[in-house]
Design a protein around this ligand. Sequence first.
Ligand code: SAH
Length: 196
Amino acid sequence: SDIGSQKDRVVTEEEWLQKWEMGDIGFHKEQGHPLLQKYLDVLLNGRSGLRIFFPLCGKAVEMKWLADMGHSVVGVELSEQAVKEFFSDHSLPYCEEPVPEISGAKLFQSTSGNISLYCCSIYDLSSSIVGKFDGVWDRGALIAVNPRDRQRYASVMINLVEKNSSYLLVTVSYDPNKHKGPPFYVPESEIKSLFG
Ligand code: SAH
């Protein structure tokens, strides 16, 4: 399958920050994602107290859902505005500290301790900084990454997951010649070659 002209498209970090500033966040789902409800059992597989990772998390409300179920949630998001809106939307008190290993990065943690959001680029993370995860909710993440950066993204993700982890991935399917994206069309064959 061909991804057409999308393969050269680049959305800069600055453009993402601007989307948040302008309130141009049509991707945000106020009510959370029905597919997470539907496949929650697949993600958890009967386990409790998991470490769950949200790449490119925005202010996804599913982070609150999983934390309320007793899991530890870690997210990464470029936009500090998004991170702060997450905590204020849910009236969650938080503290903020620098991340010594990553220049310019900040860690925002709920005072209750089970939601940690890194404000930096996903490409700055590694398991030596954030540990490994039992589960991943990848919605609006792989499909938001610039097509030329997918390999790099997949390498980071593979480094961050435990052997027995579950990875839920939401993609979109449409004719990539009709929209410039994001969200980008990621053919299933490419997903297989990225993640094996
Ligand atoms: N997953 C979220 C947000 C999807 S939109 C949801 O389901 O609502 C993609 C998000 O990724 C945006 O908030 C954007 O600011 C952020 N982002 C883009 N590039 C990033 C990068 N390299 N590292 C971390 N976050 C990034």
